[in-house]
Design a protein around this ligand. Structure first.
Ligand code: UD1
Length: 417
């Protein structure tokens, strides 16, 4: 079993580039099949979740070619509407193929992606929205059989929570349709706006209104296009956490600073000095890190739940007590016992984590419990005295491209073992 080995204590310096966004690339790869044409997607990160999406596209009958970070998909040959359980379970976000396969072929047979490390992650909002649009959905023993008897004619959908995945599935189901669908209380994450940009470039008519409503005016047909995936804001946040934790002065390049506002303000609160450029930012760690009070994870533009664990790892260094409240997922503190193994002092009660900063962490063997929790362990290990070994790194490879090479390039002593 591979692991990541970190020897703590090196300050970080120099430049680091952020790869393309996993959470933006995945729905775009699901959307390409709506075009029945060829799409060329640039800046696709080299991650196992992206490989899982490619495998699904190939299984469905698409021609897929990958050349470095460019993925070309020819969906004219798509001829299957089913996705086997094994492929569905390779990644949770395989569920976004539900809307696109159903739209393209009028039926879809797939499996619920199941619970995962950070919570139950039900798909009730996806299902009820598709039913409201007129789909027949039969769920039994984890299998979903979905049918659309006629083209969707549009409706108004009120999401009780602005779910990212449900918003994406509704957009994918309705981009090619016969009527107007409005999504109220839609998710506002940047990945949604980018999915809309991609589809509009393919000929869709989708508007993001100022009040957050998404209005989809169905079109008859889409066409292929060339598109560039946005930078990964969570990887950028993790690199910021790494610099704040290890100490140093690093230029983080190829980012969209506008997507990082809430994250930047938390690191500023911690005393980091941050110079924001057009597509980069320079972060310098302070002599003494200050505690962060009331970091509350919220739907965008609030502080992202995906950055909670890396920020917590940084807060273990603060001179005082930090408080984090996790409002999005019910089990997103699984990294806490692992941080405690490294010497952190953290108490969790329900959704609240209280972190008492400690002067030193100590290298240990720890286990990545989920993707961002794994990122947090690396962030903590960078400042721990001695060597840490992080196991279960398949979680980390889902969302961080060659993290040992990336952090190694700015001075971290980190390798794959
Ligand atoms: C996406 C991101 C993930 C991020 C999350 C929140 C991708 C591939 N993943 O996940 O990295 O952490 O947004 O920003 O883009 N919920 C329901 N019923 C549903 C759907 C969701 O109760 O039908 C709940 C979930 O259990 C969770 C909350 O809503 O508590 C947010 O989930 P959602 O926004 O759907 O997240 P994902 O799309 O799964």
């Amino acid at each position: 079993m591979e692991s990541i080995i970190v020897k703590g204590g090196n300050e970080l310096g120099g430049k680091i580039r952020v790869h393309g966004s996993k959470n933006s690339c995945l729905p775009i790869l699901a959307a390409v099949i709506l075009t029945d044409d060829v799409c060329v997607i640039h800046n696709c990160p080299d991650l196992t979740d992206v490989s899982a999406a490619v495998k699904i596209l190939e299984f469905l009958g698409c021609g897929v070619e990958r050349d470095a970070d460019v993925i070309t998909v020819d969906s004219r040959t798509l001829d299957r509407c089913d996705i086997p359980e094994g492929l569905m379970r390779e990644m949770r976000s395989s569920i976004v193929f539900l809307g696109s396969v159903l739209s393209r072929l009028g039926k879809a047979e797939l499996y619920t992606p199941g619970g995962c490390e950070i919570g139950l992650r039900p798909i009730d909002l996806h299902i009820s929205a598709l039913k409201a649009l007129g789909a027949d959905i039969d769920e039994s023993h984890g299998k979903l059989s979905c049918k659309r008897n006629a083209a969707f004619s549009g409706t108004n959908i009120n999401l009780s929570f602005p779910s990212v995945g449900a918003t994406e599935n509704i957009i994918l189901a309705c981009a090619v349709s016969k009527g107007v669908t409005n999504i109220y209380n839609a998710a506002r994450e940047p990945e949604i706006a980018v999915l809309v940009d991609f589809l509009n470039k393919c000929g869709a008519k989708i508007k993001l209104k100022a009040d957050g409503t998404i209005s989809i005016c169905g079109v008859e047909k889409l066409h292929g296009c060339e598109f560039r995936v946005i930078p990964d804001r969570i990887t950028a946040a993790t690199y910021m956490a790494a610099v704040a934790s290890a100490g140093g002065d690093v230029l983080i390049e190829d980012i969209a600073p506008i997507h990082l506002k809430s994250v930047i303000s938390v690191f500023e609160q911690a005393g980091c000095s941050i110079d924001v450029g057009k597509s980069s930012l320079r972060i310098k760690s302070p002599e003494i890190l200050k505690p962060v009070r009331n970091v509350r994870t919220m739907p965008y533009p609030g502080f992202p739940t995906d950055a909670q664990a890396p920020v917590m790892a940084t807060a273990t260094k603060a001179d005082g007590t930090s408080v984090i409240v996790e409002n999005i997922f019910e089990s997103r503190y699984k990294h806490v016992p692992q941080l405690i193994r490294l010497g952190a002092k953290i108490r969790v009660e329900d959704r609240v984590a209280v972190i008492d900063g400690v002067k030193k962490l100590y290298g240990a063997r720890v286990e990545a419990t989920d993707l961002r929790g794994g990122g947090a362990l690396i962030v903590a290990a960078l400042r721990a005295e001695g060597q840490s070994e992080i196991t279960n790194i398949h979680h980390i490879d889902r969302g961080y491209e060659k993290i040992e090479t990336a952090l190694g390039s700015i001075g971290a002593d980190i390798k794959r073992g």
